[in-house]
Design a protein around this ligand. Structure first.
Ligand code: NDP
Ligand code: OXD
Length: 308
């Protein structure tokens, strides 16, 4: 048995060095990954369409990040392949830090003050404290739950929406269409931390924007394909949505001529909200590979029917 490492769109250097140190000759690295039966376990990030069909022995596919939309439902994969993903304290905490940075910057009007100081304008704006804001989180999994707890601890009112109900101190757990509606009707900030699945694709559309409080700010750190881009632009232009902080996009990198770049109410970050850290993640991937070698169940496997 051998492991293949197939990384696209990320700098692979630290991953290759770390996996090589842990696995030595058991590791093959793309593009020097021969199509041999021996490669039964592949650790991957965004393999190109069709690439996985070259590995007839593939039985275990380990995503190097949290979101598995890039791997589930591909037509270059056998149905029997087990897919697993990353759940990691750094990935979880980094996401919460990113969300807090955006929320605080918005609440404290930091980008307006940067603009004011460029124009030598002294113009204090109203204070907003954590206790003044209601934050709705779509998706209460590994990342959403932790963020919800941290924001509630800061004093914000936090509502979380998921398929199954959660029990977490100081956070209201909502489910179903009614739950979604009450979250949208009460939140000053709506954070998207859903996985991208057939059920959630395009969910951030006119239907949801029209139910949000006037002046809501959207923070999308899920996936770009959660957003209907035309509907988002229309909601911002009508003033129903006040601002959109976007970290993920249908096409990445975001094309230079995309209207999001120049929209005055959109802030773009280049898919950096949270990134798998090779220093912590390699060990858990190697542990999963060893489990596969012993024919044991892998950690953090994906429910292929649910798609996450
Ligand atoms: P999880 O799988 O742990 O959590 C997913 C959550 O979404 C669960 O609470 C689940 O409900 C809920 N959910 C799924 N489908 C639906 C639905 N149809 N209706 C309502 N709720 C639903 O994922 P993570 O928290 O680990 O990650 C979430 C996403 O964040 C990733 O899939 C990825 O796309 C994105 N991400 C983005 C990063 C960035 O840098 N921008 C970095 C890392 C991840 P239930 O609990 O009931 O199952
Ligand atoms: C992930 C990501 O899914 O970085 O881990 O987007």
């Amino acid at each position: 048995m051998a492991m293949g490492l197939l990384i696209r769109h990320w700098d692979p250097t630290a991953w290759v060095d770390g996996f090589r140190e842990a696995l030595g000759d058991e590791l093959y690295v793309y593009p020097d990954m021969p199509a041999q039966e021996e490669i039964t376990f592949v650790a991957a990030w965004r393999p190109d369409p069709g690439m996985l069909a070259h590995y007839p022995g593939l039985r275990y596919l380990q995503c190097l990040g949290a979101g598995v939309d890039q791997l589930v439902g591909r037509d270059d994969l056998l149905e029997a392949v087990v897919i697993s993903r990353i759940v990691d304290p750094d990935l979880t905490a980094d996401m919460t830090e990113h969300l807090m940075a955006i929320l605080l910057s918005d609440m404290k009007h930091l980008s307006s003050y940067v603009h004011d100081s460029e124009e030598q304008r002294w113009s204090p704006r109203p204070y907003r404290r954590w206790r003044d804001v209601t934050i709705g989180i779509l998706g209460m999994g590994e990342l959403g739950l932790y963020a919800a707890g941290a924001l509630a601890q800061m004093g914000a009112t936090v509502l979380g929406w998921s398929r199954s109900a959660k029990h977490i101190a100081e956070v209201s757990s909502l489910t179903g269409e009614d739950g979604l509606l009450s979250l949208l009707e009460s939140s000053d900030y709506v954070i998207n931390l859903l996985p991208l699945t057939p059920a959630t694709q395009g969910i951030l559309s006119e239907r949801l924007f029209s139910q949000m409080l006037p002046g809501t700010a959207l923070i999308n750190v899920g996936r770009g394909a959660h957003v209907d881009e035309d509907d988002l632009l229309a909601a911002l232009d009508s003033g129903n949505l006040r601002a959109a902080y976007l970290d993920v996009f249908g096409q990445e990198p975001l094309p230079v001529d995309h209207p999001f770049w120049s929209h005055p109410s959109i802030w773009v970050t280049p898919h950096v909200a949270s990134r798998s850290n090779p220093e912590t993640v390699i060990a858990q991937v190697v542990a999963n590979y060893r489990r596969a070698q012993r024919s044991e169940s892998l950690k953090h496997t994906v429910d292929l029917r649910a798609g996450y």
